[in-house]
Design a binder for this molecule. Structure first.
Ligand SMILES: NC(=O)c1ccc[n+]([C@@H]2O[C@H](COP(=O)([O-])OP(=O)(O)OC[C@H]3O[C@@H](n4cnc5c(N)ncnc54)[C@H](OP(=O)(O)O)[C@@H]3O)[C@@H](O)[C@H]2O)c1
Length: 326
């Protein structure tokens, strides 16, 4: 009997899609899967589907040592914690517990900034690069799944709201409006990751983990600029949203002063680095692995944006709204 697969992040968008495809596309018996959450209030939801449930909180190592007992594969979805130092402590807890419990293979969901390289300056990527490094030095068997930037998160990336008449961007060199990204659907990422977990690396011989970080790069089929996403919003909603530019310092101030989601100066400063990375080509590497796993061409970013804004008049993204203004 193969050891069970333990899944983190299954109460979230990506993990729930992976679980759905493991059960319904690949017909894995629920009894071979262990769902986890930081909260045991989620236990009945998973147990009623025949799944096992264990408590796993990256911030509480004792829960991880118990959860990782006797498992084969571990799907490790990165923490949603925003502070990098805290995030890294949590990720170290996961790697150390996996090592202590002799987990068979860790599948770490990382981010695709920089493609196969480690040169991205974006703060969010630093924690991923450091976690990949921890996995490498741990001696664990691991795969890094570098996931493209979610198409569904376009409102966050553009700071677009359904009421927006303009998209404000910082005036960067090269132009951030023309910086291209291989936007990737979160649903399709989940579908592709499930295929890998269900079939293992035998899913297709063309999918070979690359570099010493064992990277499988999962991206959309084409790199498109922000301007293409704005055109897609306008096509989908019949609007005439335009891009306008401000000098970087003024951009941070203007966005933080007037953000409907209440995001503050620190958030937009960090976003400025991400945008500079985008302008420099951090997100533009396209890789065919996701297409191979899906058995069809993944949806492009502009198609996804047009579909999403047509389907839901007030389309939003939960991370756009970080709570009360700080
Ligand atoms: N590629 C991209 O463009 C992009 C964009 C945004 C985020 N991300 C990253 O991708 C991850 C998954 O995305 P998503 O959209 O599925 O996020 P999501 O819907 O916010 O879900 C986050 C999941 O992570 C779990 N989690 C968070 N902190 C945890 C902790 N300390 N210990 C254990 N589990 C924890 C949550 O589980 P419980 O609450 O049940 O414990 C939840 O299931 C995010 O966490 C983030 O790191 C990627």
């Amino acid at each position: 009997m193969p050891l069970p697969i333990l899944l983190t992040g299954v109460t979230g968008g990506l993990g729930a899609t992976i679980l759905h495809h493991l059960l319904h596309t690949h017909a894995l018996p629920p009894s071979t899967l262990i769902a986890t959450s930081r909260s045991s209030s989620n236990k009945p939801h998973f147990e009623s589907q025949g799944l096992h449930f264990r408590l796993a909180d990256y911030a509480r190592p004792e829960t991880l040592l118990t959860a990782f007992e006797g498992i084969g594969d571990l799907l490790f979805i990165s923490s949603s914690e925003r502070d990098n130092a805290t995030r890294l402590v949590q990720h170290r807890n996961v790697v150390e517990a996996a090592k202590a419990r002799g987990v068979g293979r860790v599948w770490y969901v990382s981010l695709a900034l920089g493609g196969f390289e480690n040169g991205s300056r974006a703060a969010v990527m630093q924690a991923h690069i450091a976690t990949e490094e921890m996995l490498k030095s741990s001696g664990l068997d691991f795969i890094t799944l570098r996931a493209g930037s979610y198409s569904e998160a376009f409102p966050l990336f553009l700071n677009w709201y359904p009421s927006s008449k303009t998209i404000l961007l910082p005036n960067l060199t090269p132009s951030v409006a023309e910086g291209k990204a291989a936007w990737t659907s979160r649903d399709e990422l989940g579908e592709g990751m499930a295929a890998l977990l269900a079939k293992g690396l035998a899913a297709d011989p063309s999918i070979i983990p690359r570099t010493d970080r064992k990277i499988i790069l999962l991206t959309g089929p084409v790199a498109e600029p922000f301007s293409a996403l704005v055109e897609a919003i306008n096509r989908g909603r019949g609007t005439e949203v335009r891009i306008e530019f401000l000098e970087p310092g003024a951009w941070v101030e203007a966005q933080a002063n007037d953000d409907k989601g209440g995001k503050g100066v620190a958030w937009f400063r960090s976003r400025l680095l991400w945008l500079q990375g985008l302008a420099d080509g951090d997100c533009e590497v396209v890789n065919p692995a996701l297409e191979v796993l899906l058995g069809r061409r993944p949806e492009t970013g502009s198609r996804a944006v047009e579909r999403l804004v047509r389907a839901e008049e007030g389309y939003t993204w939960h991370q756009n709204h970080v709570g009360p203004r700080k």
